[in-house]
Design a protein around this ligand. Structure first.
Ligand SMILES: Cc1ncc(C[n+]2csc(CCOP(=O)(O)OP(=O)(O)O)c2C)c(N)n1
Ligand SMILES: [Mg+2]
Length: 615
């Protein structure tokens, strides 16, 4: 389990973040349940266990392989704890569960139909894996016992080792053969998924096991006793060694990596940086871990690589403290000619505990002088104590209504969209649950751990809309405005997440930075063309999503959301966003189509085209 501190603390909430929202309980009510409502079937035990684990929601796309469990959730549990969230694609179901966990630090469930549903879910499972985000994925198989299989369909939907589809990018999987084993498997799954390094797990429920009558009731158990706290602390002498290095450093630098959404943890990290006067580098792959407009924050947070100012800061360091930075070796490789800093390196991470031989998402092997093999949330309080500093609540500069933004005159670029959106949200607390690849990290300061929850993790385009809906679900009623900025490519791949948000009345703003292109890859084609001295003018072919342009607002309206746009003039941006925000505050889902010029920030463009400049 996560430590108690990993619980997010929002500003001015009415419903605690992540708590099952009472209004959802009014949706999709079953008719009255039968009087004899004791667990009588294998799948009832599975449902009971989900409830015992307090899983609030199960995002799903249905299928006969788990019709037994489906019935148990509706007709045995009454569609509560967990409540079903119907999704139109399995990738969206898992992405919603990921988005929820990105906010809460705790797993909810997703259910997918036998092998085919799991095939659809794979990319989202991979995203959650790379993002170290817990998700409990339930799947099912046709009867393992061949004599019980219906002709054809049960045979094609049965695989010898279904878990093999996702085993390389999940923390654990199982195919329990009895209700008792299923109960144990689910408890173990929840425990493993929610233990850092966190990640997705998969339980494959045999259709026959689900649908068989329960021969006898299982003896009750207390799941909490089977999920002991795995909280860890680094050895005192290692903490002392690290603290001494930090105390005596002249130019310490903190690489702020994977941390929780806890406000205590946030305050502790600020206190640590201030106590040792360390420069802090953050990035946009992961949720924000430090105020980006703090005087100690170096440069703007980057997306894939460190920006020039962050690199310069890293080069100047005499001690580097990596708080579970996603790609430490990569940061060194990009900043030092021999990929190796002269600085002493302290690495706080337990990520190596789940590295496997299949997925290289573990990145390069960095040089490290002192390893604290725990999470940053565990290590930072110990470091503070060893240094002799104590945390005080971080006081962000007062939010004031920003000045009316300067916007472009005759074009509309991504930064116009962002500036206008920032102006329109004004002093509200906003959670950015997704940002487009074209996002410029310099444009939007983060001052609270829930201001930005990070990207999809695995670079799998199409994760954005589902992540945004899952985050908005966790934040419903918290007083925070949930807003996502998606690329048009990302949005189109899984825009049906909107339907789920509308159906379950999850207020959410999605702004589509619609450059009518898979633009990222235009830059890749430009790079190749330049290296080969071929016409860069052709970079758009096979990339542009135009002729016809897609009417994104209509697509949103067709699913019951409020659709705005297309906005083509900067003059219309603020007023359109204000209307969309008003709709969200009235409980609706609003989607704004903003037609932006293709293009990334100068820093990102330069990084992607580096080395191809004409001599
Ligand atoms: C599932 C998947 N397919 C393809 C890619 C390759 N890819 C990376 S970025 C990108 C373009 C995304 O387009 P969009 O979301 O519109 O963002 P833009 O670059 O246009 O701002 C593509 C196709 C990927 N990363 N993931
Ligand atoms: Mg695009």
């Amino acid at each position: 389990m996560t430590t108690a501190k990993a619980k997010a603390a929002p500003a001015a909430e009415t419903t605690p973040v992540g708590a099952a929202h009472p209004s959802l309980r009014e949706i999709d009510r079953p008719v009255k349940l039968s009087a004899a409502n004791a667990p009588g079937w294998g799948s009832d035990v599975v449902a009971d266990t989900l409830r015992a684990l307090e899983i609030p929601y199960i995002a799903l796309n249905p299928g006969a392989s788990y019709r037994g469990l489906h019935d148990s959730i509706v007709n045995y549990l009454g569609n509560e704890t967990p409540q079903m969230l119907l999704c139109l694609h399995e990738e969206v179901a898992v992405a919603i569960a990921q988005g929820y966990a990105k906010v809460t630090g705790k797993a909810m469930a997703a259910a997918v139909h036998s092998n085919v549903g799991l095939f659809h879910a794979t990319m989202a499972i991979f995203n959650a894996w790379c993002d170290r985000t817990p998700v409990i994925v339930l799947g099912a198989t046709g009867p393992v016992d061949a004599v019980k299989r219906r002709p054809w369909i049960d045979w094609i939907h049965t695989a010898r080792d279904q878990g093999a589809i996702i085993r390389n990018y999940t923390k654990w999987d199982d195919q329990p053969a009895s209700p008792g084993a299923a109960r144990e498997a689910l408890i173990r799954a929840a425990w493993i998924a929610n233990t850092a390094p966190m990640g997705p797990v998969y339980i494959n429920l045999d259709a026959e096991m689900q649908e068989a009558k329960l021969p006898e009731q299982l003896a009750p158990i207390d799941p909490a006793r089977f999920m002991p706290s795995p909280a860890t602390a680094a050895a005192a002498e290692l903490v002392k060694e690290a603290a001494n290095l930090l105390k005596t450093a002249k130019k310490p630098v903190i690489l702020m990596g994977r941390v929780s959404r806890s406000l205590d943890g946030w305050n502790e990290r600020v206190a640590l940086a201030e106590a040792i006067n360390a420069k802090v580098i953050t990035e946009l792959k992961i949720g924000c871990g430090f105020p980006t407009d703090h005087p100690l924050h170096a440069g703007a947070p980057g997306t894939t690589a460190l920006g020039p100012e962050a690199q310069e800061t890293l080069r100047s360091a005499d001690v580097v403290l990596s708080l579970d930075w996603v790609d430490l070796a990569g940061a060194f490789k990009g900043s030092f000619p021999d990929a190796s800093p002269r600085a002493k390196v302290i690495s706080v991470t337990n990520d190596f505990r789940i590295h496997n031989g299949w997925s290289m998402d573990y990145q390069g092997l960095p040089p490290v002088d002192v390893l604290l093999p725990v999470t940053p949330d565990e290590a930072v309080p110990d470091l503070l104590k060893a240094i002799g500093a104590s945390p005080k609540p971080y006081k962000p500069p007062a939010t004031k209504k920003p000045d009316k933004p300067e916007l472009s005159k005759d074009t509309l670029v991504v930064n116009d969209l962002v500036r206008a959106l920032k102006y329109a949200v004004g002093e509200r607390d906003v959670t950015l649950s997704h940002i487009s690849l074209s996002w410029d990290g310099a444009t939007w300061p983060f001052r609270h751990p829930l201001d930005f929850i990070g990207s999809e993790g695995g670079g799998g385009v199409g994760g954005g809309p589902g992540n945004a809906v899952g985050a908005a679900l966790a934040l419903k009623g918290s007083g925070r405005l949930s807003a996502a900025v998606c690329g048009d490519g990302d949005f189109m791949m899984s825009n049906t997440a909107i339907w789920t948000a509308v159906h379950y009345r999850i207020p959410l703003l999605i702004v589509v930075a619609n450059n009518r292109s898979f633009f990222n890859d235009e830059l890749h084609q430009e790079r190749v063309a330049r290296i080969r001295s071929r016409p860069v003018e052709n970079r758009w072919i096979g990339q542009r999503i135009s002729e016809p342009d897609i009417d994104i607002a209509a697509l949103a309206r067709s699913q019951g959301a409020q659709g705005f746009g297309p906005v083509t003039r900067t003059a219309d941006l603020v007023s359109t966003f204000e209307k969309a925000i008003a709709a969200v505050e009235a409980g609706e889902v609003a989607v704004v189509d903003v037609r932006v010029e293709p293009g990334y920030s100068a820093v990102t463009t330069a990084a992607m085209l580096r080395g191809t400049e004409k001599k």
